[in-house]
Design a protein around this ligand. Sequence first.
Ligand SMILES: Cc1cc2nc3c(=O)[nH]c(=O)nc-3n(C[C@H](O)[C@H](O)[C@H](O)COP(=O)(O)OP(=O)(O)OC[C@H]3O[C@@H](n4cnc5c(N)ncnc54)[C@H](O)[C@@H]3O)c2cc1C
Length: 436
Amino acid sequence: MEQFDAIVVGGSVSGAPTATWLARKGYKVLMVERDTFPRDTNSTHFIWPRGMSYLNRLGVAGKVLEQTPSFKQLEVSIEGISLHGGVPVQAVKDRFIKLHGNDDGVVDYYSGPRRFYLDKVLLDEARASGVDVREATTVQSLIVEDGQVVGVRGNGPNGALLARARVVVGADGRMSQFAGMVGAEKTVVREKSTFAYYGYFSGIDKPELCIHKRGRFGTAIFPTMEDRHLVLVYGPTAWWSDFSKDPEANFHKTYRYVAPEVADLVAQGKRVEEFKAMGRMVAYHRQTYGKGWVLVGDACSFKDQWTAMGITHSLRDAELVTGYLDRVLKHEVPFEQAMAEYHEVRQADYEDYWGFVCDGAECNPYTREHLEFFHAIQADQSKVDHFMGQVGDTIPFSRAIALDGETRALPDFIKNYDPEARNYFANLYQEAKAAA
Ligand SMILES: Cc1cc2nc3c(=O)[nH]c(=O)nc-3n(C[C@H](O)[C@H](O)[C@H](O)COP(=O)(O)OP(=O)(O)OC[C@H]3O[C@@H](n4cnc5c(N)ncnc54)[C@H](O)[C@@H]3O)c2cc1C
C-alpha cells in the first residue's frame, strides 16, 4: 500500500492549495481529484483583494493576471445610492497579520478568472510543488483503524487506489461524500438562500465590478477572461419557481428593473455561452475535524453566493490548516489539540461574516434606515472604503462605521421609500413594465 504524510481528497480551490502548501513544507502528499482538469464548474468567480492576496502568496496571482483583468475600485449601488470605492490595502494587511502573522504578498486588487482556468492553475501548481496528483480518480471509501481515519480507497484510470497517510483532508466541496464517510454532522444550517442566474457576454464596455441592489433582487457584472463579462441576476429562492418559468426573459427584465443603465449595456452585448443557474444554496457549518481527518473549504462550511466569498475562504482554509498540520506532522503538537485550534481560529475569522451572508441571502428589502445610512456615508470616501472592506470580508462588522452626526438632506426617493412595495414578485415586473 502507498504511504503518504497527507492525502487531500478534492483538487479544487481548497484542496489544491492545501496540498501545495504541505508539499512545500517538505511533506509527501497525495491529492485525489475526481475530474480531469481543465473543467468548468457551476460557480461565478469573483475574487476579492483578500482572495487575490492568498493567490499571490501562493505564487499564482501573476498567472491569473496574464489572462484576467484586475481592478481596485468597484461600485455598489443600493436603491439608487451609488457607493464607489475600494478595499483599503491596510485593512487587508491587518487581516493577514492577525490570522497568519505576516502580510507578505498582500494586494489591493480584485479579479474574476474563469474556474476552468483558475482551478487548472492551482492543480498545476500543486503538481509543480511535488504533490502526487491523481486526476480522474474518485475516493470511494476510507480506511479506518480503531476509529481513526488512516487512508483512502478509490478508483482511477490505473485501477484501484489504496493509500495511507497520517492525516486525510476532506476538500471535496459542498456535496462532500467525505463528510458523509466520516460522519461530520452539520452543526448549523441556514435554509434561506438566493437563486443565481448568470451568463457570459461579449461586446460590453464596462470596467470594474458593479453590484446593484433593488428590492429583493440583486445584479452584478464584472469583466473576466477573453474580453467577456459575467452578468448575474439573483433573488430569493422563494421566487426561483416564478423566475425560472422564463429565465432568460426574466433575467433581462430583472436587470432592467434593478439597474436600467447597465441593462442597456447588457442588451447591446452578445451572450456567448449558455446561462447557468442555481436555485438554492443552503448554508451550513460542519464538524471541522475528527480522528485522523479535517475538512476545508465548502466541505466544512458553505454560505450563499451573493457576496462571492467562497474561493477566498477556501484559500484561507488551505493556508490556515496547513500551518497547524505542519506542527502535527513535525510531532510538535498532538493532532487533536492542533485541530481544535484550527477550528477555533477559523470560526473566529468566519462567524461574523457568515452571519452577514446568511442574513443578506434572505433578500429582504433594505429598510429606510439602511438607505439613510448609505446616503450618510456616500459623501465620505473613507467610510465608503470601510464599507467595501466589510463586504469584502477584510474589515470585521464589529468595527462599525460611526456616523459623525452631520446630516445630509435626504432626497425625496428616500423620504418616500416604501420597502413593503418591494416584497412581491409580480409587483416588481409590473413596475418594470411601467418603467420600460
Ligand atoms: C452559484 C455560485 C456562485 C458562486 N460564486 C462565487 C464567486 O463569485 N466567488 C467566490 O469566491 N466563490 C463563489 N462561489 C463559491 C465557490 O464556488 C466555492 O466556495 C468553492 O468552489 C469551494 O471550493 P472547494 O474546493 O471547497 O470545493 P469545490 O470547488 O466544489 O471542489 C471540490 C472538488 O472535489 C472533487 N471531488 C468531489 N468528490 C470527490 C471524491 N469522492 N474523490 C475525489 N475528488 C472529489 C470535485 O471534483 C471538485 O473538484 C459560488 C458558489 C456558487 C454555488
